[in-house]
Design a protein around this ligand. Structure first.
Ligand SMILES: Cc1cc2nc3c(=O)[nH]c(=O)nc-3n(C[C@H](O)[C@H](O)[C@H](O)COP(=O)(O)O)c2cc1C
Length: 394
């Protein structure tokens, strides 16, 4: 970085405030200039001294005044290239929405007209509350960038959405906003399917699988970071893609196919990562099947999204193949029978591949071409996957 980018780190009074120290440390390490402004409640959770020590700058409290800078809020708003508020409490989210200015941080935000990045952090019910959700949607429409929140275990013992993104992931968002993105797939339109599908048997029961959606979402993120216009067609799962990626939520394989076909015409690449249910019930029961009897469930083959797309549309097609054995043989059969461009095969078992943070992939394409992407976390694997696909595609 030739000229240092200036980040004003706002810290509000949530339990994740202790993680802001790590955010400040990482920003400094990445060569950003950092000044910290704290709300009054934030100081109940972490001391200004921590930030002063990490940033080597004075920290501004909620009622900061300076003799030689009477317009401190305007000066700080002008100074910042980016304001990052991490954590952002539910209260502060609502304050920003209403344009309130009753302390230093909210006043700076009101006087600020550049990129505002919020990293919300709160209990899952606070996040799911209609008031918070409406605030979030309106703020997004105003162009405010949201880094998280994410799904996971929370300080209060709950599990759900509302947890602050990890500091390294927030830093990654800041880097993407401040640095030029590499553009391996600039202006390419890419449709990616992710997650499981659900096929109903009766009004309460369904067939599905253990897919978490993580691999598909991380691949979507990696293509997005490389300049592609990504459309993510996602079955029911909790894993979230990055801000700015268009996503279409679907339930069944038929809905997934229809969403893909609705968008396929000017598409350059189609990637089927979703774990599509291979079977559906031959007859859908409109009434709940009674539990006091043995039943035989007749299953028939479901729609084949990958094959439908590869056979009917002129698009570079990549299909994931989850195999429990005979990985190479099965992958090569899929490549040939479904006439697709690349097969990305991964081994699955009760403990590998699916519903797991780590994965390895072997790519097969052309006449006997093969490349192994070794076991690593799915985020890093997705980055490597995009680089390899760029070599094959171009
Ligand atoms: C122990 C404790 C933990 C809290 N954690 C959170 C939290 O994680 N997220 C949140 O939105 N509010 C949390 N609150 C509530 C906020 O502290 C409260 O809304 C406060 O007014 C926020 O002020 P500020 O946004 O100006 O910092 C917590 C309160 C307490 C007492």
């Amino acid at each position: 970085m030739s000229k240092k980018i200036k980040i004003l780190l706002g810290v509000t009074g949530g339990i994740a405030a202790y993680k802001s120290a790590e955010i400040a440390r990482l920003l400094i390490k990445k060569n950003y200039l950092v000044k910290v402004v704290m709300t009054r409640t934030a100081e109940d959770f972490i001391t200004p001294l921590t930030f002063e020590t990490l940033t080597n700058e004075k920290v501004y409290p909620y009622n900061a005044v300076e003799k030689d800078s009477p317009m401190l809020h305007i000066d700080l708003a002008r100074w910042a290239d980016i304001i990052l508020i991490a954590p952002t409490t539910a209260e502060f989210l609502s304050k920003i929405l209403h344009g309130r200015a009753d302390d230093m941080l909210s006043t700076i935000c009101l006087a600020y007209d550049k990129k505002l990045v919020l990293a919300p952090s709160m209990n899952k019910n606070m996040w799911a509350n209609k008031a918070t959700q409406e605030n979030y949607k309106i703020l997004k429409k105003r162009g405010i960038f949201f880094s998280g929140p994410e799904y996971g275990s929370q300080a209060c013992g709950d599990i759900g959405s509302g947890r602050m993104k990890e500091p390294v992931d927030i830093i990654e968002d800041i880097e993407l906003l401040t640095k030029k993105k590499s553009k391996l797939f600039k202006d390419k339109k890419i449709i990616i399917t992710a997650g499981p599908t659900i096929e109903y048997i009766d009004p309460v029961r369904y067939l599905s699988n253990r897919s978490s959606g993580m691999m598909g979402c991380e691949i979507a993120n990696a293509f997005h970071n490389n300049g592609a216009k990504v459309i993510l067609v996602k079955g029911p799962c909790n894993y979230m893609q990055k801000e700015g990626i268009e996503s279409i939520d679907v339930v069944s394989a038929k809905e997934m196919l229809s969403a893909v076909e609705d968008n396929i015409l000017d598409c350059d690449i189609f990637i089927s990562v979703a774990a599509v249910s291979d079977f559906i019930a031959k007859n859908l029961n409109n009434d709940k099947i009674k539990s006091n009897q043995d039943i035989n469930l007749d299953l028939i083959k479901n729609v084949d999204i990958l094959q439908t797309i590869s056979e009917n549309y002129d698009v570079f097609t990549i299909g994931f193949a989850a195999e429990t054995s005979e990985l190479k043989n099965n992958a090569l059969k899929k490549l040939k029978n479904k006439k697709i461009s690349v097969v990305a095969a991964n081994k699955v078992s009760f403990t590998e591949g699916i519903d797991n943070n780590n994965n390895s992939i072997t790519l097969f394409w052309g006449e006997g071409m093969e490349k192994i992407l070794n076991l690593k976390n799915k985020k890093d694997l997705a980055v490597e996957f995009v680089e390899e696909i760029s070599n094959i595609y171009n």
